[in-house]
Design a protein around this ligand. Structure first.
Ligand code: MTE
Length: 329
């Protein structure tokens, strides 16, 4: 993967913390307003002016999400530590929209996210091609403020909105043969022009073990910073696995397949020496070309130590009991 420095941005291009926090307060108040959550619910007037202001500087339109359950206390961190929205939406890895950090935001307008459906296949009793709205309808949307640690040794703190993946999978009744879950990004070079290049073998693929997929931390995200996902962040639906390097968090998902065998995954296929299937954040296992002991939080000048499992060891270390994490990296 490429490593580039973040672009320097003008002061007035940064979404202020106050703007973001106002949206959070709105989320909190709307969480009790109703039980059903869905992407693209009618805009609420209190949000509209703010939304229009954001949309002006945003290359792909987003809309506010309502009826979101606020982040539970363990994921509510000091507000000043959340990465500014501009950085999280303009410093991206989405090779289908270009290989520089700035390309995805610039090219996101090519990606059309409505209508959208997800194929649920393989070892489930109820497979199907499911419209996004149907997939989400039974579940309340939840906010989760997670650290994102890229394998390139930078990190961010992002307030996602989504549904635990396990809840969604249970809807389709996985069979006893479902040991792994494979994910695929949309393949359409007109919408994702990077697929006209050979940067990776397309479509982008990722995978998890079934117990990783069922862990309550694993999120299918449909929003961030109070809004639906912008194209560059993987609209309309992406994975977020906060204890693994960011490349596991596959964007713009169109297929979820439950299966018996470990799936092929794009970066592992590209270079298995550098990108393992597990990709658990591990400061003790260096990438062959750089150390993983420290990371640069986007917006900070100095580096900080990287934490095992990106700081989520209490929740997930047990999944790997008895495994040699140097070999299964
Ligand atoms: N998903 C797809 N389809 N294509 C990609 O290039 N990049 C991955 C991951 N998901 C990528 C992807 C990498 S390397 C990272 S670090 C995260 O997305 C970045 O997510 P962000 O741009 O929302 O911060």
């Amino acid at each position: 993967m490429l490593i580039k420095k973040t672009q320097s941005i003008r002061e007035n291009e940064v979404t202020s913390q106050e703007d973001y926090l106002r949206r959070r307060d709105f989320l909190k108040s709307s969480a009790i307003a109703g039980s059903m959550a869905a992407v693209g619910l009618p805009l609420l007037s209190s949000c509209m002016a703010e939304q229009e202001a954001t949309a002006e500087s945003s290359p792909s339109p987003v809309s506010p999400l309502s009826n979101v359950i606020p982040a539970p206390p363990q994921y509510s961190i000091a507000k000043s530590k959340i990465t500014p929205e501009w950085e999280a939406t303009h410093y991206n890895n989405f090779y289908e929209l270009g290989t520089s950090k700035e390309d995805p935001a610039r090219n996101a307008h090519f990606l059309k996210t409505k209508p959208w459906s997800v194929a649920i296949e393989g070892e489930v009793e109820k497979p199907g091609q499911v419209p996004l709205e149907t997939l989400l309808r039974p579940h309340p949307l939840e906010e989760r403020i997670y650290r994102l640690r890229c394998v390139e040794a930078w990190s961010m703190v992002i307030p996602w909105i989504g549904i635990p993946l396990g809840q969604v999978l249970k809807q389709f009744n996985p069979t006893s043969k479902a040991r792994y879950v494979a994910f695929e990004t949309l393949y359409d070079p007109k919408q994702l022009p990077g697929q006209k290049t050979r940067a990776l073998s397309w479509p982008y693929r990722e995978g998890l073990r079934i117990d990783e997929a069922m862990n309550p931390l694993t999120l299918l995200a449909v929003g961030m910073y109070g809004n639906t996902l912008p194209g560059q962040n993987g609209a309309p639906i992406r994975l977020v696995v906060p204890w693994k390097y960011g490349f596991k968090s596959i964007k713009s998902i169109v297929k979820i397949r439950l299966q018996e065998d470990q799936p092929m995954t794009s970066w592992n296929d590209e270079n298995s020496r550098e990108y393992g299937f597990y990709a658990n954040v591990n400061p003790e296992v260096s990438h062959p070309r750089w150390s993983q002991a420290r990371e640069r939080r986007i917006g900070d000048w100095t580096k900080r130590p990287t934490l095992p499992f990106n700081g989520y060891a209490d929740e997930v270390a047990g999944l790997y009991a008895g495994m040699d994490l140097r070999r299964s990296f």
